[in-house]
Write a protein that binds this ligand. Sequence first.
Ligand SMILES: [Cu+2]
Length: 229
Amino acid sequence: MSLTGRLSTAIGLFLVAVVLIVWSLLAFLHPGTKGGYTNYVIGHTPGAPVDVTMQSVGSIGTGFGNHPTWVSYLQKDPATGKWIHDTSMILPADTVIHMTVLNYDSGSPLRNQQWGQVQGTIGGTADINGKPFKVYNSYSGNGVGHTFAVPGLNVSVPMIGVNGNLTNICGQAPCGNLPHNTMTFSFKTGAPGSYNWQCFVPCGLGYLFGNGGGMSTFDYMGGFLRVVA
Ligand SMILES: [Cu+2]
């Protein structure tokens, strides 16, 4: 090959490498698009607590967009009772939120044991299937699958996994009566503002450090709480 030929091949390969690097960086950093907000303020009596019900699943399945294999949270629409692929909500300020999260995903030991701690909830505890706990040792039982954490409100609660060896683990949301752990906890919304919530467990299986895919996309492993007066 002539010098020019080799040179242009080298430049061509270099450009391909640059494009690939920029593309994967953008794919890694891009937070995805945000859909709607589920409104808990309509018809809310000031001062009354608000019930929010969610589920976390190991793979969302078909019927909720283009990523059937991704981990995800879903929310139960308070108006219709239907499970929706929307993880953001409009909540009243200075209000107690009673959270119920049905976790259908398996778990594992945590990279950071801090994620096994219940923080920022009323009473400092959460319940797993009706039993209160403050810290979950992720090396015990089935480990931890996800967290529901609102850094701006110092809230963080681990979602305890189901047995990963079960043959009937849910792979198609919504998951109904399949094996799950029911996590319940309460927190106060505080002052008006926009608070992001997210899972901190790197659960984006098949992505760099587990932080891609559903882990870095709204309406999967994170969303927003828009707290209004
Ligand atoms: Cu997660």
